[in-house]
Ligand binder design. Structure first.
Ligand code: GDP
Ligand code: GDP
Length: 461
């Protein structure tokens, strides 16, 4: 028995959009008009390695004012009763409305597990709405963009322990989702869905077909699990495997399995790219595995760039180093090509390995841990501002039309990846080169290789 998730919320918040994204087929119609489709709809959802049933509670479009509340209530209650978990969606751009409050009330009374999602969360227009959502008393909202696929990783993190619990209850325990819930999580799940105490580090291994992904993962797992399927790898989806690598609990997302299924080359390329994309979304650290013989192919560059844009920590591993004759010269060439072709990943570690013999795997392990660490790093505000003063003195910002741009204050707003905000007199007049100067400085002076660094200049008006 698998978990059933109901997506509930008033019309037009984006339920069908999320449903479509999870189900992957265009079963539901989406349109700008409030509520075009409509009834309870059910589909088989996939999110990373999770499989569950999802119910969409559309079907409110014809409701006139009078009947709206009644119908909405009935439909929602029906969905809530059918579901193990409710995803209650609000529109973060609109903020919390009175109708949302009615939903919240129903859910507080009736649902076992509620996950609150503030959708349309892309961009700053959603900031206020996300904050408002806290006031619904349903715990911390997940900031989602169903349309752009943002926040899916968070959704996964919230659903995984619940899915695991449902599976356990049914004594139908999928080996891939072997997360332990601690005893006292049960009480809190209503407010804040359970999060595992010791979360495994989530790593994706991506790269072109034949780079050696399966070989590498098999070596890490120390057994022939991927290739021996059927349940383990031979599917079209990124699958994940829980393991302990040199004492570090990890969940490794593999993208190799689908290759075995693809028939024609063209299809293969397409599938492996989209599959790689999916794995990247769920990962904290992305290992871009290159074949030493044919490094930095288009496909490699694309996936590495994507990992950076998605804000993942990146480690580049060059495989098949065992058959390389001129190692030193090769390494120099690789580093040169890396800096030229992937300047956005400057400072990311480049590790040579042989998946076949196992050489270099310890260093790869350490690089992954370190990249993860850096990705999570928080720099204290005082240190940042001392540093900023020095940077400004060393190389003052330009003075367009004789007026010097002032950078006044700096703080780290977020981690995973590190995200800095600088208060600035004229953000739009500050050249990108100056932001790059600061980002490169941060990377060097605070020793942050292997992670994207975001820096935003913000005006003070
Ligand atoms: P439902 O009535 O709750 O099922 O909402 P729909 O899924 O039909 O979405 C309503 C409208 O919101 C559509 O125009 C969607 O394209 C739009 N929408 C859905 N998700 C997002 C999102 O994450 N961001 C933005 N900006 N628009 C979204
Ligand atoms: P995937 O498509 O990325 O999963 O690649 P595979 O793991 O299936 O490997 C493709 C081919 O490269 C196989 O023939 C492997 O034996 C070979 N291979 C993988 N890693 C190494 C390595 O470190 N050294 C050498 N010489 N061959 C390797």
């Amino acid at each position: 028995m698998s978990m059933t998730l109901a997506i509930v919320g008033r019309p037009n918040v984006g339920k069908s959009t999320l449903f479509n994204r999870l189900v992957g087929k265009r079963l539901a119609l989406v349109d700008d008009q409030p509520g075009v489709t409509r009834d309870l709809r059910e589909g088989e959802a996939r999110l990373g390695d999770l499989r569950f049933t999802v119910i969409d509670t559309a079907g409110l479009e014809d409701a006139t004012d009078d009947s709206l509340q009644g119908r909405m209530r009935r439909l929602t209650e029906r969905a809530v009763d059918m579901a193990d978990v409710c995803l209650f969606m609000i529109d973060a751009r609109t903020g919390v409305t009175p109708t949302d409050e009615i939903f919240a009330e129903i859910l507080r009374k009736r649902a076992d597990h509620v996950i609150l999602a503030a959708n349309k969360g892309e961009g700053s227009a959603a900031d206020a709405g996300v904050l408002e959502a806290f006031a619904l008393g349903l715990g911390e909202p997940i900031r989602l963009s169903a349309e752009h696929g943002e926040g899916m990783n968070d959704l996964y993190t919230h659903l995984m322990p619940l899915a695991d619990k449902m599976a356990k209850q049914a004594e139908d325990y999928a080996p891939v989702t072997d997360i332990e819930l601690s005893e006292d999580d049960d009480e809190d799940e209503f407010a804040t869905p359970a999060i595992t105490a010791e979360k495994p580090l989530q790593v994706a291994v991506v790269g072109r077909p034949n780079a050696g992904k399966s070989t590498l993962i098999n070596k890490i797992l120390g057994e022939d699990r991927l290739l021996t399927g059927p349940e383990a790898g031979i599917t079209r989806d990124a699958i994940s495997l829980r393991t302990e690598w040199s004492g570090t609990p990890m969940r490794i997302f593999d993208t190799a399995g689908m290759r075995k299924k693809a028939k024609v080359q063209e299809k293969l390329e397409k599938l492996s790219v989209s599959d790689g994309l999916r794995a990247v979304k769920f990962a904290e650290v992305v290992v871009v595995l290159l074949d030493a013989d044919i490094p930095f192919e288009q496909q490699d560059l694309r996936i590495a760039d994507l990992a950076e844009r998605e804000g993942r920590a990146v480690v580049v591993a060059v495989n098949k180093w065992d058959v390389e004759d001129n190692k030193q010269e090769k390494l120099r060439d690789l580093k040169e090509a890396f800096n030229r072709l992937l300047p956005q990943l400057r400072g990311a570690p480049l590790i040579t390995v042989s998946a076949k013999t196992g050489r270099g795997l310890e260093r790869l392990h350490d690089a992954i841990l370190r990249a993860h660490d850096v990705w999570n790093r928080r720099v204290p505000t005082a240190a940042l501002n001392r540093w900023l003063t020095g940077m400004l003195e060393q190389h003052p910002p330009p003075a367009p039309q004789g007026k010097r741009i002032k950078l006044r204050y700096m703080t780290q707003a977020k981690t995973r990846p590190p995200h800095f905000v600088v208060m600035c007199s004229h953000p739009d007049k500050t050249p990108d080169s100056y932001s790059r100067y600061l980002v490169n400085g941060l990377r060097e002076d605070f020793d942050m290789p292997g992670t994207p660094i975001r820096l935003v200049l913000r005006g003070q008006g």
